[in-house]
Design a protein around this ligand. Structure first.
Ligand SMILES: Nc1nc2c(c(=O)[nH]1)N[C@H]1C(S)=C(S)[C@@H](COP(=O)(O)OP(=O)(O)OC[C@H]3O[C@@H](n4cnc5c(=O)[nH]c(N)nc54)[C@H](O)[C@@H]3O)O[C@H]1N2
Ligand SMILES: Nc1nc2c(c(=O)[nH]1)N[C@H]1C(S)=C(S)[C@@H](COP(=O)(O)OP(=O)(O)OC[C@H]3O[C@@H](n4cnc5c(=O)[nH]c(N)nc54)[C@H](O)[C@@H]3O)O[C@H]1N2
Ligand SMILES: [Mo]
Length: 782
């Protein structure tokens, strides 16, 4: 098909990585970091350096001195920028004026330098001293009639030390209201895997990838979101291990990769094939596809046994280690191939082929990301992946296991040290024993419940340890209103973002140190620690001079608020801040897994937290791993799958963003330059609607859920014909968040269904400010 010429839309012919990635690194460093700071990149993910604030992919034991990637370079340079958002900046711009800017231009202004408070009379943020800020925040928190009327958000960049102090303060204050970015991310993993295998984390190590015979990848886009993973996939591919991908979109980095760290590949121009098999299933079709694989596996197993073979299932593992096998088989028998093919959008032959690859491989790793978790059946999806692995004993041995790709660089660690709205009683007992406090016992609010409570006026206060909660959540209308109803909101942040502009009665902006910066306290320079996707805990120490002499570390800000709120506190806050070793000792006292924390974290690359499932110890109530079937109505992405003309929309990340932080408007691997107002659609779906590539369209969410009445429309997007499964479309997060309903989430985990939004496409009603292309971006890319 010859495509008509659309500004900013082209095709990307090359592999992932390659010279394009090196150019982008150079651009990131040149554009935003002063030249003097560039050597900071040599400290990224190094034993004596700092942890990259990008993704949570682990560092190899024998790392090179370039243990960062294109997107890590963007994350570091974004934080290490020389630009500053000062009191003068705020004096120049009212909050209403800043509100009109795009997200990109808010963060682009640079690092926050002073504590600020909002002044409603003038609509400006004005400077305030730290002492006054803490005092006023403390007064407000103390004045609440019930601690459960306050919400304490955390985004996953906070270190273990900051997160531990935060939860300690909040529990001493008296609530378990911990909405957290995990609630929008891997909550389906945190809920699903404990029921299946007794632990809510992955079971593999980076070394397991050297020993596996096949890798199955479901719903993640590593070239953009975990670029260092491509080196691991490349090595597996070169060893001849099949890499089997299930993804509705053809993602370039999963097709082929040219490693910037391998001179020959770069100069000879040869890329390495990543996916040996690429199955473009329908959005939300994973449960069906995996059930199909299991069904095919059972059939092959039976055939083999009839022929006198030993079969393909691991009988002794199933017998000794699991429960629920019979129920699983019954569920698979009751599921027809027509049903599976219909929901997955894949022919039976493809699913059988994938099952055969799975059966042939002695050791298998399954990796997955947001394409699995962010659905109304996210927990069910995760559990089907666990079922598939358990059938052949692929958990708890070398070269095999489950690998959820975590998001934020310390999102897993924050959970480990107590950021959760549903704490276990044992953990609360420990907190009480170690600190002599009285910990609240009732469950608190996750992210959806917190927004609802704020919107209904049941919660009056929101403290944010980083992040951009109302912009990251579904349903901006409701979230923005909820923010504006607050009596008190406090943002601990490095950069200005949209949530800071949704002011309540009293709003404070508290600037903190970032990962790259030197953290000097009474007893000297401090390190913090973080946990990656594979449960490795290691130290991180910044070295750049802070962006402003007024910045405080996150632990110090938490301690400042705590002291002002709880004058009778039983905790030695100043002692903790003087020396973070004491925080780590306290973590160790509460969590036995951190035994020897301060010594073990000094070893280069740190230590691995225990993974009971990785040793085949199942911490479920029965002491066994469980095959868990999925309720029939939970197999599909939509509650009303048969509505006419409905397409299923997934909201995804571009190559130039970090969640709500937009670094630029290009999405190189998908051929987009200088714009983000695009929707990727299968050519046949366009034709069926009388639309063409490049047409302006409106996207309207349909009422496939009972409690949705208001129309949700985003207007004037450009339709891009793309290699995506029929019936599935994709647009960028957060631009498309207005289409996602707060009521559309996984009932079991609360994860919003960001990846399965029922919508219809129409030719745009109004031409208007449509189709803005940022020419500068386009020029730079050319
Ligand atoms: N540079 C950069 N790095 C990041 C981030 C970032 O924004 N920028 N974000 C961080 C965070 S918090 C997270 S959680 C991770 C996110 O990393 P990913 O999990 O890779 O996140 P997404 O971009 O949302 O992409 C999900 C992928 O799922 C596919 N998909 C969509 N729907 C389905 C489906 O129904 N089934 C299947 N099988 N696939 C589907 C999409 O096509 C896309 O390729 O990355 C982290 N790292
Ligand atoms: N439609 C749609 N929505 C989604 C998703 C999706 O796929 N689709 N993904 C969801 C996912 S997986 C996640 S994790 C959430 C992310 O939600 P959040 O974690 O809340 O959002 P971020 O965009 O990562 O937060 C960016 C802000 O963090 C602050 N910041 C950066 N570094 C630091 C630091 O070191 N310390 C402090 N204190 N602040 C810092 C800066 O002010 C920056 O503006 O979004 C979710 N929302
Ligand atoms: Mo995430």
């Amino acid at each position: 098909m010859s495509k008509k010429d659309v500004p900013g839309i082209g095709e990307y012919g090359g592999p992932a990585g390659g010279w394009g990635a090196l150019q982008a690194v150079a651009k990131a460093l040149r554009g935003d970091m002063s030249a003097a700071r560039t050597p900071i990149m040599l400290q990224v993910n190094q034993p004596q350096g700092f942890d990259c604030p990008g993704c949570a992919w682990p560092d190899p034991r024998e790392g090179s001195s370039f243990e960062f990637c294109e997107n890590g370079a963007k994350a570091v340079s974004w934080e290490a920028t020389h630009k500053r958002v000062t009191p003068e900046f705020f004096a120049k711009h009212t909050v209403s004026e800043l509100w009109e800017r795009e997200d990109f231009y808010l963060e682009w202004e640079g690092r926050l330098t002073h504590p600020m408070v909002y002044d409603a009379a003038t609509d400006h943020y004005v400077p305030i001293s730290w002492d006054d800020a803490f005092r006023r925040i403390g007064e407000q928190l103390r004045a609440l009639p019930d601690p459960n009327m306050a919400e304490f958000y955390a985004s996953g960049r906070a270190s273990n030390e900051a997160a531990f102090l935060y939860q300690l303060f909040v529990r001493e204050y008296g609530t378990n209201n911990f909405p957290d970015c995990s609630n929008m991310c891997h909550e389906a993993t945190s809920v699903g895997l404990p029921q299946s295998i007794g632990v809510g984390k992955g079971t593999v190590t980076l070394e397991d990838f050297d020993h596996c015979d096949a890798i199955f990848s479901f719903g993640h886009n590593p070239g953009t979101n975990h670029p260092r993973m491509l080196a691991t996939l490349r090595a597996a591919s070169l060893r001849g291990a099949p890499i089997v991908v299930f993804n509705p979109l053809k993602e370039r980095s999963l097709e082929r990769f040219k490693s910037p760290q391998h001179a020959l590949e770069m100069t000879l121009g040869k890329a390495v094939t990543i996916a040996s098999h690429y199955y473009q299933l329908k959005i939300g079709g994973d449960t069906a596809a995996v059930k199909g694989m299991m069904k095919a596996l059972l059939a092959m197993d039976a055939e083999q046994r009839t022929a006198g073979g030993a079969g393909l299932l691991d009988d002794s593992f199933i017998h000794e280690h699991t429960l629920g096998f019979k129920e699983l088989v019954a569920d698979l028998d009751a599921t027809s191939w027509e049903e599976i093919e219909g929901i997955a959008g894949l022919p039976r032959a493809d699913i059988e082929q994938a099952a055969a690859i799975y059966a042939r491989a002695e050791r298998v790793i399954i990796c997955y990301g947001m394409g699995i978790t962010q659905h109304r059946h996210g927990t069910g999806n995760v559990q089907q992946l666990a079922n598939l692995l358990l059938l052949r004993g692929n958990i708890g041995r070398e070269g095999a296991g489950i690998c959820p790709l975590r998001g934020h660089s310390n999102v897993q660690g924050d959970r480990t040290v107590g950021i959760t709205e549903i704490p276990s009683q044992g953990f609360l007992d420990s907190l009480e024993r170690v600190f002599g406090i009285k910990a609240p016992r009732e469950h608190g609010h996750g992210a959806v419940a917190a927004i609802e409570a704020m919107h209904e006026g049941r919660s009056k206060t929101l403290i944010c340890l980083g992040g951009n909660l109302p912009t990251a959540m579904p349903d901006p209308q409701v979230c923005y209103e909820a923010m504006r109803k607050l009596d008190l909101s406090v943002h601990i942040a490095t950069k200005l973002n949209r949530s800071h502009l949704m002011v309540g009665k009293h709003t404070f902006l508290l600037p903190c140190l970032g990962r790259t910066e030197l953290d000097m306290q009474a007893n000297g320079v401090q390190s913090v620690t973080v946990e990656d996707s594979m449960s490795m805990v290691h130290a991180s120490r910044g070295s750049l001079p802070p962006a402003s002499s007024l910045l405080k570390s996150e632990p110090a800000i938490v301690a400042g608020i705590a002291k002002a709120t709880l004058p009778e506190s039983k905790i030695d806050w100043d002692g903790f801040i003087a020396d973070y070793n004491r925080i780590r000792d306290a973590i160790e006292a509460v969590f036995p897994d951190f035994d020897g924390y301060n010594e073990r974290v000094r070893v280069p690359r740190g230590f691995r937290l225990d993974s009971p499932a990785g040793r085949r110890e199942w911490r479920t109530p029965s002491g066994k791993a469980h095959f868990i079937t999925c309720a029939r109505e939970d197999e599909r992405p939509l509650a009303r799958p048969d509505a006419k003309d409905v397409l299923v929309l997934a909201t995804v990340r571009s190559h130039d963003q970090y969640n709500t932080t937009i670094y630029g408007k290009n999405d190189r691997y998908r051929g987009v330059t200088g714009r983000r107002d695009v929707v990727f659609v299968n050519a046949a779906d366009l034709a069926a609607r009388g639309l063409e590539h490049g047409d302006m369209v409106d996207i309207e969410a349909v009422a496939a859920f009972d409690n949705i009445s208001e129309p949700r429309i985003v207007r004037n997007f450009v339709a891009v014909a793309f290699d995506i499964a029929p019936g599935s479309i994709a647009a960028y997060y957060p631009e498309a968040n207005a289409l996602v309903a707060l009521a559309n989430f996984d009932r079991r985990s609360g994860t919003p269904s960001y990846k399965s939004v029922p919508v219809v496409l129409r030719r745009a009603q109004a031409r208007g400010k449509a189709g803005h292309v940022d020419r500068e971006e386009e020029d730079q890319a050319a």
